[in-house]
Design a protein. Structure first.
Length: 490
C-alpha cells in the first residue's frame, strides 16, 4: 500500500494478522497527540492561573499547590496499572475511557466552588491523564508498521514539548481576558472530538494473555512513585525542604520494597526485567537524564525572564514559545536524519548539541537581542525534540509484542518521574546559588549556575548513547530499506 492516506483499522481480534494495516500512522499519531496535548497543556496553563484561583477560593496561593499534587498522585498510582488495563479490556476501550475521565475531571474543576472540591476533581483528571500517557503510545505502537515508527513518533512527541511551552501565555490570556474556569472548559470540545476519532479510526487490541492482578505491587509502586513525585515537586517550594526530604525517603524505602516484591512475581505491575533488553535499558537511562534537563526548562526560563530580565508574564511566555516552533520543525527532518546516520550516531551528536543549547541559555542577559534569544530557544526545541523522538522509538525496537503494554507503562512512569525531578534539580541549583550569595531571590548568576547544572545532567546521557549497537534500530530508521535499494541499483 502507498504510505499515504488510506485509513486502515488495527485488527480487532488478538493475534490477527497485520499485513494490510498500519499505513495510517499520521492519522493515528495525530489523534493520540491531540489527547496528549490536551493533558500536557492543561497542567502548565493551570499553574499560571493559581493566584487568581486562590483569590476566588479565598485561600493563600500556596494552598493551591494541593490541586497540582493531587494530579501527580493520580499519575503515580495509575500509570503503572494502565498497561494491564489495556491488555484486559482493550487499548481502544481504555484510551477512550481515559479521555472521558479527563473530560469529567475538567468539567468538575470548572464547576469547583471550594478548594477540596477542586482537589478531588483534579484527582479524577489525573486518573484519565495517567492512562492517556502510556496507552496512547501503546495504541500507536500497535497501530503502526515498524518502518513507519520514526515518522509516527515525530508527530507524537510534539505535544509533550509544545504543551508546556504555549501553556503559560495561553494561561495568561485566559486569566487576563476571560475567567480561569475556561482553562478547564477548553478541554471539552477537544476531548469530545478525540473520543469520536478514536471510535472511528482506532481498532481494539488486547494482550494475548490476561495478566494476573498485582495488588501488592500496585500499592507499593503507587506509594513509592507518589512520595517521590511529591518530594521532588516540593523541593521547589520555600520552607518545604524538610517535608520534601521525608517524602523522598519514604518513596525510596517503598521503592526498595517494591523491587523485592517484583523479584518474587512472574508478572509484576512494573516489570523490572525489561531493563535486561539493551535498547530499552539504554533508552530509559539516557532518556531519563535528558528529561531531567527538559523538565527544568519550563521552570527556569519563565523565572529568569521575569525575575532576572524584568519581563512581564505575557512577554516571557511569548519568548519561550520559540521552543515550540523549533520542535515543530524537527518532525520533517527526524526520519531523514535517522535513516541517514542511524540511531547511535544521531543520539550521541544531537545529544551533545541539545545539551550545548542549554549552556548557551546560561549566558542569556538582558542586553541580548530578543531575536537572538528566540533563535537559541528555537534551536533548543528542535534538537531536544529530535532526541526524544529517537529515544521514544528505539526503546521498543527489541520488545516483543506480548510485552509491549508492560514496556509502555514502565517507560511512561520514568518519563513522569524524571520530568518532575528536573524541577527539583533546577530549583536545587537555584537555591545553592542563592545560599552562596545570601540572596533572598535568584539573581542572573544563580540562573547561570542552574542552566549549567542541567546541561551537565543531559550531557551525561552521552555515556549511555555510546553503548547503543552501531546497527541498533536499522529497521525502524529505514536504513535496511535504503541499503536494499542501493544494492538493487548496483
Amino acid at each position: 500500500m502507498p504510505a499515504a492516506e488510506g485509513l486502515a483499522r488495527v485488527p480487532t481480534v488478538p493475534g490477527a494478522p497485520r499485513t494490510a494495516v498500519q499505513r495510517n500512522y499520521r492519522t493515528v499519531a495525530l489523534i493520540i497527540a491531540c489527547a496528549l496535548f490536551m493533558e500536557q497543556m492543561d497542567a502548565t496553563v493551570l499553574a499560571t492561573a493559581l493566584p487568581t484561583m486562590a483569590r476566588d477560593f479565598q485561600v493563600p496561593p500556596t494552598s493551591l499547590s494541593s490541586a497540582l499534587t493531587s494530579y501527580l498522585l493520580a499519575l503515580a498510582i495509575f500509570i503503572p496499572a494502565s498497561g494491564r488495563m489495556a491488555d484486559r479490556f482493550g487499548s481502544k476501550t481504555v484510551f477512550r475511557l481515559a479521555i472521558l475521565l479527563f473530560l469529567a475531571g475538567s468539567l468538575l474543576c470548572g464547576q469547583a466552588r471550594s478548594l477540596p472540591f477542586l482537589i478531588a476533581s483534579r484527582f479524577i483528571q489525573g486518573i484519565g491523564g495517567a492512562m492517556m500517557i502510556p496507552i496512547g503510545r501503546l495504541v500507536l505502537l500497535r497501530s503502526v508498521a515498524k518502518e513507519d515508527m520514526v515518522q509516527a513518533m515525530s508527530w507524537l512527541i510534539i505535544p509533550a514539548l509544545v504543551g508546556p511551552i504555549i501553556g503559560p501565555p495561553l494561561g495568561g490570556f485566559i486569566v487576563t481576558y476571560l475567567n480561569w474556569r475556561w482553562i478547564f472548559y477548553l478541554n471539552i470540545p477537544i476531548g469530545i472530538l478525540g473520543v469520536g476519532l478514536v471510535t472511528k479510526f482506532i481498532g481494539q487490541v488486547r494482550g494475548e494473555r490476561q495478566p494476573r492482578a498485582d495488588f501488592g505491587g500496585f500499592v507499593l509502586s503507587g506509594l513509592s512513585l507518589g512520595c517521590l513525585l511529591f518530594g521532588f515537586e516540593m523541593t521547589s517550594r520555600t520552607g518545604e525542604l524538610e517535608r520534601a526530604l521525608g517524602l523522598i525517603a519514604i518513596g525510596l524505602v517503598a521503592g526498595a520494597l517494591y523491587i523485592r516484591h517484583a523479584r518474587r512475581r512472574e508478572d509484576p505491575i512494573l516489570d523490572l526485567t525489561l531493563m535486561r533488553t539493551p535498547t530499552f535499558r539504554l533508552s530509559v537511562i539516557g532518556g531519563s537524564l535528558t528529561r531531567i534537563t527538559q523538565g527544568a526548562q519550563p521552570f527556569l526560563l519563565p523565572l529568569m525572564f521575569q525575575l532576572g530580565f524584568g519581563m512581564t508574564a505575557a512577554a516571557s511566555g511569548l519568548v519561550t514559545i520559540a521552543g515550540a516552533i523549533g520542535s515543530l520543525g524537527m518532525k520533517w527532518l527526524a526520519p531523514w536524519l535517522l535513516r541517514r546516520f542511524g540511531f547511535r550516531a544521531s543520539l550521541v551528536v544531537n545529544g551533545l548539541i541539545a545539551s550545548g543549547g542549554y549552556a548557551v541559555c546560561a549566558l542569556f542577559r538582558p542586553a541580548w537581542p530578543i531575536a537572538a534569544i528566540f533563535a537559541v530557544l528555537a534551536a533548543c526545541g528542535f534538537f531536544m525534540s529530535f532526541q526524544f523522538t529517537a529515544y521514544n522509538t528505539i526503546a521498543y525496537d527489541e520488545i516483543p509484542p506480548e510485552r509491549m503494554s508492560a514496556a509502555t507503562s514502565f517507560y511512561a512512569t520514568f518519563q513522569q518521574l524524571m520530568l518532575s525531578l528536573g524541577i527539583c534539580v533546577g530549583a536545587g541549583a537555584l537555591h545553592v546559588g542563592m545560599l552562596a550569595t545570601d540572596a533572598r531571590s535568584p539573581r542572573l548568576s544563580d540562573f547561570t549556575l542552574a542552566f549549567l547544572v542541567v546541561t551537565a545532567v543531559s550531557a551525561l546521557a552521552t555515556i549511555w548513547n555510546l553503548r547503543f549497537a552501531a546497527d541498533a534500530g536499522e529497521e525502524l530508521s529505514g536504513r535496511v530499506r535504503m541499503r536494499q535499494a542501493q544494492e538493487a541499483e548496483a
